[in-house]
Design a protein around this ligand. Sequence first.
Ligand code: GDP
Ligand code: GDP
Length: 452
Amino acid sequence: MLPVVALVGRPNVGKSTLFNRLTRTRDALVADFPGLTRDRKYGQANYDGYQFIVIDTAGIHGDEEGVDAAMAGQSLRAIDEADVVLFMVDARDGITVADSALAEYLRKVDKKTYVVANKIDGIDAEVAQSDFFEMGLGDVYGIAAAHGRGVEQLLDKCFRPLLDDYPELLVADAEQAVSEDLAHDEIDYESLPLKLAIVGRPNVGKSTLTNRILGEERVVVFDMPGTTRDSIYIPMERDGHQYILIDTAGVRRRGKIDETVEKFSVIKTLQAIEDANVVLCIVDARETISDQDLNLIGFALNAGRSIVIAVNKWDGLSPDHRDEIKRELDRRLGFVDFARLHFISALHGTGVGNLFDSVREAYESATQRINTSKLTQILEMAADEHQPPLVSGRRVKLKYAHAGGYNPPRIIIHGNQVTRLPGSYQRYLINFFRKALGIMGTPIKVEFRDAE
Ligand code: GDP
Ligand code: GDP
């Protein structure tokens, strides 16, 4: 599990600026699903050696102001979902009415809160910070989100107390991955249960598929207590292999009184992806593939997870309609061209069995042992077939390659000036390795190291 950090505060204090800095991307997952709260933006942050989930509550609607905006439902929901709240204020403005209203709320809820005074660039930070101390929420941390100043210190402060509870918070660096690589040889992945997360937007058919898979297998399901944030983990066996289904749809709650509990939660989905070995992404053939679908798949990709894509509700569509859907998918899924695509009907059970072939293939690809001499041989073949280009008038020299980790497979390439290889040649190498190693269903990470 990754810890969840919420950014709250009135408009214009710099929440989006900090969000973008922490996630280094503008492709956030926006919780805008039909019928659900639509004003929170979720992203995976990777900053200063920490990884976590961050929620931005910046007015996506933009029509509320001041107190209304600060106290809007989305802020309160984000506070509820978070482990840590960063309460942002504008160091240049002093305490405003909206700040006080939110401070009063935060003093009452039992949530670890840090007051963050933003925009300390070019002003006397200490004076500004002491102003906000009056809000009675403890120390005030000065930052300049736009420039990154103070952000690392703030994160160290927030995360130190969480390290025991959230070991995944620390990003494993490449050196550590290499040492884990040695441990990898001892692990018998075949005997471990494969954790399979079933994710997708509401109503794509996750519950139907889960029930279909479980119904066929007649497994005993353990009902585990959980909050909206927790998926349900269901152990099962299929064709002699052990699995743990990570059910984000909340099927087990069916028929219970708390059915009103929001069925879909972005946090739950992100945590499930993080915890899975293979992510089964479901899209609905009857809806055009949306940015939200692509963002979910993109999130699984960034997390380095193996991916299988299932296009559900394939039953009862005309041949023309099917062709049209296939063309659309081709066009939009280029960024995950390594993932197998299945056309299924969870309702009728067609195509469901074949899904598991791809799931296993992806898992085996992600965990297969790759030896150094083979990697170096492949590297030489790649260079023979297509010479590396000149960089600043000198030919780049590829020397050797070795495995740097698994899940996803990581290949480290050493040589002269290799860090300066153009993107096109890097992609060529990645594809060459993928083909030569027969890797399907999982992303591959290739890193370049220059000889000293
Ligand atoms: P939000 O409404 O809370 O999400 O605020 P934004 O992130 O949109 O920022 C509001 C304004 O403050 C923008 O014009 C930003 O460029 C500016 N801003 C954000 N961070 C800083 C900072 O560290 N220093 C300064 N001087 N301006 C900032
Ligand atoms: P979830 O929110 O992703 O768990 O979606 P559900 O499993 O609850 O399904 C949403 C709706 O789609 C329900 O009415 C299902 O009966 C319907 N549905 C699910 N799978 C299929 C399918 O393969 N074909 C058709 N035609 N309908 C389906």
